[in-house]
Design a protein around this ligand. Structure first.
Ligand SMILES: [Zn+2]
Length: 308
């Protein structure tokens, strides 16, 4: 920093003027004054930086309370009790389990479980195409085997393909070996169709605990939960729309199913209602700024082929 001297003061380019410290001439009071002045300038300079850092930290750590209620359940139901556990895991392992995106951005992620199927998934894809929106589909291995062309369409239309197990079991009821085989078998079939292996996993029925979360993470994957449940498997289209309208927040991950008649019926209204409120629609990878697919591991044999 360049400073220049005039009289008894040092002048800095950004208008800070400090008295020159001269031990013989200055009294103790003057030295104290100088220290206070220095301190006040430092606070002035660093306060905005501190604010910025705390804001970033706050954004990273903010975990939403999971919303969406059905009159057909009460708060003592296991579906609601599970939410507390999931929120605690997300707070403990924010890199391993995601409930919501950035709470400061006017954006949401539409997510569809149990894809693909030959009747409703294509209609959902048509609707998303009309609005030119990207969504995320959590796919079941057994369904992909039956309808590979629908999976291909999901991918080719720019949506994100994610893993929802092979046979749709409750992860809390199966052993680790079975859990890994459910995930990896689904990835193999996805890979055979689109040439990618998934990084995002959603546990069937939302059943998860700390151990399963860690096992999924060690398998190179992240758990993607949701922050807003539309109860589309249970409720009528009107009720679904009101659940979304009454609960929507910035950064919400919205849970729906791609194999439900009522989801197809109401999707257009849900999107319109959110567009009016100014929301942008993003896929999970765009929302959380992480790649949706695993990096391809090239074997030594393949590497030699490329070199040749
Ligand atoms: Zn499911």
């Amino acid at each position: 920093m360049i400073a220049y001297k005039t009289d008894n003061y040092l002048h800095f380019p950004h208008k800070i003027k400090l008295p020159i410290l001269c031990a013989e001439k200055k009294s103790v009071n003057e030295i104290k004054y100088l220290m206070k002045l220095l301190l006040s300038k430092l606070v002035f300079l660093f306060f905005p930086t501190l604010l910025f850092v705390s804001e970033i930290k706050g954004q990273q750590n903010k975990v939403y309370e999971i919303r969406g209620m059905s009159d057909k359940f009460n708060k003592q139901d296991s579906a609601y009790i599970l939410r507390e556990r999931v929120q605690n895991i997300a707070r403990k392992y924010p890199e391993k389990l995601i409930i919501n995106g950035n709470t400061k951005r006017l954006e949401v992620a539409l997510t569809f479980d149990d894809a693909p199927d030959p009747y409703f998934t294509p209609k959902i894809l048509d609707c998303l195409k009309n609005y030119d929106l990207r969504a995320t589909f959590f796919c079941i291995g057994e369904q992909i085997v039956k309808y590979p062309e629908i999976l291909k369409r999901i991918y080719e239309e720019g949506h994100t393909v994610a893993n929802h197990s092979f046979t749709h079991p409750k992860f809390t009821k199966i052993r680790t070996e079975r859990l890994l085989s459910e995930l990896n078998k689904t990835d193999s079939i996805i890979h055979s169709i689109i040439g990618k292996r998934t990084r995002f996993v959603r546990p069937p029925y939302g059943r998860i605990n700390d151990t399963i979360c860690n096992n999924i993470n060690e398998n190179g994957q992240i758990v993607i939960y949701w922050s807003l449940d539309t109860f589309d498997w249970l409720e009528n289209p009107d009720k679904m729309l009101s659940i979304v309208e009454q609960n929507i927040r910035k950064g919400d991950i919205i849970l729906m199913h791609s194999n439900k008649k009522q989801t197809v019926k109401v999707l257009d209204y849900i999107i319109s209602a959110l567009v009016v409120r100014g929301y942008n629609f993003v896929s999970i990878d765009e929302m959380i700024k992480k790649t949706a697919y695993k990096k391809e591991v090239i074997s030594d044999e393949q590497e030699q082929t490329y070199e040749n």
